[in-house]
Design a binder for this molecule. Structure first.
Ligand SMILES: Cc1cc2nc3c(=O)[nH]c(=O)nc-3n(C[C@H](O)[C@H](O)[C@H](O)COP(=O)(O)OP(=O)(O)OC[C@H]3O[C@@H](n4cnc5c(N)ncnc54)[C@H](O)[C@@H]3O)c2cc1C
Length: 138
């Protein structure tokens, strides 16, 4: 399932992903594999697969990876689902709303909107993810 989207320990893409967490506490956790969906359909396939009872697989979900504590958006014994490729940004034709992928960060959203003379209330730090901060923030 989704073989081209799964990376394993020792691969450069895996190491680059794990080391990119904002917190060292999260970056020290090494998942069994990282699944990086390219679109919403891939996310659906990944989650349906990971939740098959016969697998008994635990998983974590990461957007921007800014949680300061360990085990929020990464997991030691299981799979981490990396939403970083879900990073689309699009402005509605009436310029009244913007659609942003969960894996995008706020800095890119601000940069995208600036030429239009528009802004959105996100968070202070540019690299914080849209997904986690929208769900809870701090
Ligand atoms: C330097 C810094 C500055 C900050 N500034 C602000 C601020 O100004 N205002 C503010 O409100 N907060 C701020 N925060 C807090 C920040 O909003 C939260 O830590 C937020 O959860 C980070 O989101 P993320 O996507 O980057 O993190 P992640 O660690 O990727 O995700 C956070 C949590 O949400 C879950 N999650 C993420 N995306 C999804 C999804 N699509 N579906 C289901 N679960 C998901 C993850 O599993 C994880 O448990 C700041 C944090 C830092 C480190």
């Amino acid at each position: 399932v989704l073989p081209k989207l799964v990376t394993y320990p020792t691969s450069p893409a895996y190491n680059s992903f794990v080391s990119s967490y904002w917190s060292q506490l999260e970056a020290r956790i090494t998942p069994d594999c990282v699944v990086s969906p390219a679109n919403a359909h891939d996310v659906s396939v990944a989650i349906k697969t990971l939740t098959q009872p016969y697998l008994g697989c635990k998983f974590a979900v990461r957007s921007g990876g800014h949680t300061p504590f360990a085990g929020s958006a990464n997991i030691g014994s299981g799979a981490t689902v990396n939403l970083g490729n879900l990073n689309q940004i699009s402005l509605s034709s009436d310029k009244k709303s913007v659609t942003v992928g969960s894996g995008q960060n706020w800095g890119k959203v601000y940069s995208f909107l600036k030429p239009y003379g528009l802004a959105v209330a996100g968070v202070r730090a540019a690299s914080v993810g849209v997904g986690g901060s929208t769900l809870g923030g701090a």
